[in-house]
Design a protein. Structure first.
Length: 163
């Protein structure tokens, strides 16, 4: 057995295989398995070879996270469409900094990826403990929504208060 796999004795390779197969099925709408099977096998092998640990989620936090995120993603889409079709005065773009509360790299990375789907925000990079965010309207209260998303991600990954 590979040295990397021995370091994580409780790790189940079947879990990686099922996770990657589910992702392929989701993103490809269940098609393209001629390419998907080799891709899933390669991703599984790489995960095992690199000794990656799967994300440990708190499943009880998942429904609240999904509800919050889907609601705000919908509001964001409606807001951007309204601004795009409205007058130019409805846009006041600016760069802002958001101080990260989380120290967990996965939470920070996922937060930076998901911020762009919230109303009028787009993350560009993380500098130390600050997430650089471009906001569509500097007068809009974007910070509380990003903070709540970060709190929900922390709960989802079992970090911080409310775990």
């Amino acid at each position: 057995m590979d040295r990397t796999m021995r370091r994580h004795p409780g790790f189940n390779p079947l879990g990686w295989l099922l996770a990657y197969a589910a992702l392929w099925a989701l993103f490809s709408e269940g098609r393209g398995w001629l390419v998907g099977i080799p891709a899933v096998l390669l991703a599984t092998w790489l995960s095992l070879r690199l000794g990656l640990q799967p994300w440990r989620l708190r499943w009880r936090a998942l429904p609240g996270f999904l509800g919050f995120f889907l609601w705000h993603m919908t509001i964001g889409g409606i807001d951007v469409a309204r601004r795009a079709l409205g007058s130019p005065r409805s846009v006041a773009p600016a760069w802002a900094g958001y101080r990260l509360a989380s120290r967990v790299p996965r939470v920070r990375l996922l937060l930076s990826a998901l911020v762009g789907l919230l109303p009028g925000t787009l993350a560009s990079r993380i500098e130390g403990d600050v997430l650089r965010v471009h906001v569509l309207d500097a007068t809009q209260a974007w910070e509380p929504t990003v903070a709540e998303l970060e709190r929900r991600l922390q709960r989802l990954f079992g970090e911080g208060r409310g775990t």
